[in-house]
Write a protein that binds this ligand. Structure first.
Ligand SMILES: [Zn+2]
Ligand SMILES: [Zn+2]
Length: 317
């Protein structure tokens, strides 16, 4: 028997155990990154743009918010648990991954998406908006970006190819402010592609002030806090930790998809506002389709991160 006769069936079996759609998404992401890096190298701006991205997405304001929220979680926890609970430690690994890998990735994705849309869909640019006052145009663009993020989140839950990557975020059974960073790096591709469209359409000639992007990211980060806060009347408009927690409950994942504004959920009739003082329900995924740290068989944190990141590429039985 020749060597090829022995290995070919094994090789085919291995390919059958892999998920093609996940490789397609990885390929699309690599293409956008390649466009961004080639564009920035040609302009000699790669390092400048990466530094600006770090300043926006790892701003002192965001770091201060994470620390302050962590302190509030110790004082008024929705669920009381040790500071070094397995879920907190695992999500801290994702915070490190976010700082090292995801922030440059997000920066390049937005540059690449803008370059691709600019090259192939310039017709969406609304030049007349250049005359509009900033107080109208900037909030309108941010709201449109939020709508695009809602749509990307909706697609994450509706399309199996995207859910494979989003499931890691939902697998957390011990929510905390750090869970905001528990996301597969490839989960961001559709969001950045969609969110870039309104920015290119509405503000083709003026950039959005970095402080506004940072503020948007801060509000989006707070929603995972282990707090029962509903934000009172403001919680009817802005996503609160109690509101987003309902999205992480195994039986109500189709509700409360909003990132910062609740209006898109209201319009899509999938908003459920939490009652003040409502008990914090269970979070995570039934039957644990993604390996999680709370399982007795889980390995050390970094090994488990690797397993969790590989999971979308494996075909499900
Ligand atoms: Zn979700
Ligand atoms: Zn979440």
């Amino acid at each position: 028997m020749s060597v090829s006769e022995i290995t070919l069936p094994n090789r085919l079996a291995r390919w059958r155990r892999m998920c093609l759609s996940s490789f397609v998404l990885a390929g699309i992401t690599a293409l956008i990154l390649w466009v961004a890096v080639a564009d920035l190298l040609r302009q000699g701006r790669l390092e400048t743009v990466l530094s600006a991205g770090r300043a926006e997405l790892a701003a002192p304001l965001l770091i201060a918010l994470v620390v302050a929220t962590g302190l509030c979680e110790r004082i008024w926890p929705a669920e009381r648990r040790p500071v070094l609970a397995r879920g907190h430690v695992q999500d801290a690994c994702y915070l490190a991954l976010h700082a090292v890998v995801v922030i440059p990735l997000m920066t390049l994705l937005s540059v690449g998406a803008a370059a691709l849309i600019g090259d192939h869909a310039r017709f969406i640019e609304l030049r007349s908006t250049a005359q509009w006052p900033g107080w109208l145009l900037v909030p309108l663009t941010l709201a449109a970006m939020d709508a695009a993020n809602w749509l990307a989140h909706y697609a994450d839950h509706r399309l199996d190819a995207l859910w494979r990557f989003h499931a890691l975020h939902h697998s957390q059974e011990e929510l905390s402010v750090l869970t905001s960073f528990r996301a597969h790096p490839l989960m961001h591709t559709t969001g950045f592609l969609l969110a870039t469209i309104p920015v290119v359409a509405l503000m083709p000639t003026r950039p959005i002030a970095p402080v506004l992007i940072t503020t948007y990211v801060c509000i989006g980060t707070l929603q995972h806090a282990n707090l029962r806060w509903t934000f009172g009347p403001l919680g009817r408009v802005i996503v609160s930790p109690a509101y987003h927690r309902l999205h992480h409950a195994p039986d109500t994942q189709g509700l409360n998809l909003g990132v910062v504004l609740t209006i898109w959920d209201v319009l899509a009739r999938c908003a459920r506002f939490p009652a003040r003082g409502e008990a914090a329900g269970r979070t995570g995924l039934d039957r644990r389709p993604v390996p999680v740290e709370q399982a007795g068989t889980a390995g050390p944190g970094l090994l488990l991160v690797a397993q969790q990141l590989i999971e979308p590429f494996r075909a499900q039985p």
